[in-house]
Design a protein around this ligand. Structure first.
Ligand SMILES: [Zn+2]
Length: 152
């Protein structure tokens, strides 16, 4: 082996190790029901980091979704009520809003914020009023709400 080749090998190995530790550093990948995958990916695109919470169906009494801070495996879990999800059917905006709200709790550690702006609308999708009453405002001002959510 020439010295030249040896020098080139070390950085390559370092890159490999960095990639491996990046993958390993996240622990086991979270359990995400395939129903929720598109919304989780969209959230990751906006957030710029991978979601680490499980996102699964669970029957909830009186809630559409819930961020459970510590699941059995130590990961946060987002529970989505299956009946509520069915009711939203093809309302993609409502589904995205519900998912982003719960991901806001679990992934961004955002509590509820019921502040209203001068226009009377909630300033954040982290309002605790329930997503279905808020879908129109969200659709009309999606960019504004995402900027607020991700604090950019
Ligand atoms: Zn909430």
């Amino acid at each position: 082996m020439t010295p030249n080749a040896k020098r080139r090998k070390a950085p390559f190995f370092a890159v490999l190790m960095a990639a491996a530790s990046l993958l390993a550093g996240c622990g086991p990948s979270p359990e995400v029901d395939t129903e929720f995958t598109p919304y989780v990916r969209k959230f990751e695109d906006e957030a710029g980091f991978p979601v680490t919470s499980d996102v699964v169906f669970r029957e909830l009494d009186g809630f559409r979704g819930y961020c459970y801070p510590k699941g059995e495996d130590g990961r946060k879990q987002i529970w989505i009520d299956p009946e509520s999800w069915r009711e939203m059917a093809s309302d993609e905006a409502a589904k995205e809003l519900l998912m982003f709200h719960e991901l806001g709790h679990c992934e961004l550690s955002r509590p509820h914020d019921n502040t209203r702006g001068d226009d009377g609308d909630y300033v954040s999708i982290m309002n605790g009023a329930g997503v279905t009453s808020f879908v129109d405002e969200y659709v009309q001002n999606r960019a504004k709400y995402l900027n607020e959510l991700f604090n950019r």
